[in-house]
Design a binder for this molecule. Structure first.
Ligand SMILES: CC(=O)[C@@H](O)[C@H](O)COP(=O)(O)O
Ligand SMILES: NCC(=O)COP(=O)(O)O
Length: 237
């Protein structure tokens, strides 16, 4: 069984668009858990353009499933994660102005830094995961940091999948084999969707968890649209 952690960044994006509290992030997270998801993921960014730091503390109070906090472990992020103590922290090397995550860690170059950060989080009992490209050398570097898991950055898979699924999965299957042989747990995420998730799951053995946000929220809007349009039409009769 692969766990599904729903990334709710986009719910916060929508809420922030009007400055009020609609949709209510906390209620949505609780509902997502009720609907059966295995966890909730958030990725607070320094500009708080979607998830706010205050949201993270509020979520911790109510969540019953696994809480996964993603981000670049700058001092503010690190302090928050250590206070909140989620089940999992996923370290992502995103630049302050990045529109979204766009690369995995160079685990060789940043090995000492990552070792220190991983130890800091693990001392508080927080499971750790390092965001990496599907590159066995980077997975090996991650293993040397002492992390519990890696998260395979799946944007490239999602991009290539529609033209050539076999080509799209190859590097990920190799990287996952390396990770498993080194005793690392395997997570994956970024641009996974209803279209590409089943093939990914089939091709990656020992896939423990996927975190999915952007496509899942788009799909939820689209799949709910006909129903809601009809509910309005009914009220306008
Ligand atoms: C770590 C990762 O893969 C990201 O997909 C992420 O958490 C999404 O962040 P945004 O919602 O800010 O694009
Ligand atoms: N770790 C990936 C994640 O949380 C969600 O990524 P996306 O589905 O929003 O691209």
């Amino acid at each position: 069984m692969t766990k599904l952690s729903v990334n709710i960044n986009k719910i916060a994006t929508l809420r922030n668009a009007r400055g009020g509290n609609m949709p209510d992030l906390i209620s949505v997270a609780k509902d997502i858990e009720e609907f059966g998801a295995d966890g909730i993921t958030v990725h607070p960014r320094p500009d708080e353009r979607h998830i706010r730091y205050a949201d993270v503390y509020a979520l911790k109070e109510v969540l019953k499933t696994e809480f996964n906090i993603e981000g670049n472990p700058n001092p503010r992020f690190t302090e928050m994660v250590l206070e909140v103590r989620p089940e999992q922290v996923t370290l992502v090397p995103d630049a302050v102005d990045a529109i979204t995550s766009n690369a995995g860690w160079d685990t060789k170059k940043h090995k000492v830094y990552l070792q220190e950060m991983i130890q800091t989080f693990k001392e508080k009992g927080i499971r750790t995961s390092i965001f990496v490209d599907p590159d066995s050398a980077m997975v090996e570097g991650a293993a040397e940091t002492g992390t519990d898991r890696v998260e395979l950055y799946t944007e490239e898979y999602a991009k290539v999948y529609p033209q050539d699924p076999e080509k799209a999965i190859k590097a990920y299957a190799d990287a996952a084999r390396t990770a498993h042989s080194l005793g690392l747990g395997i997570n994956a995420g970024h641009d996974l969707s209803l279209e590409n998730i089943a093939y990914f799951k089939k091709g990656i053995s020992h896939l423990q968890e996927v975190s999915i946000g952007h496509a899942l929220i788009c799909e939820a809007i689209y799949l709910g649209l006909e129903n809601v349009v009809n509910m309005y039409l009914h009220r306008l009769k």
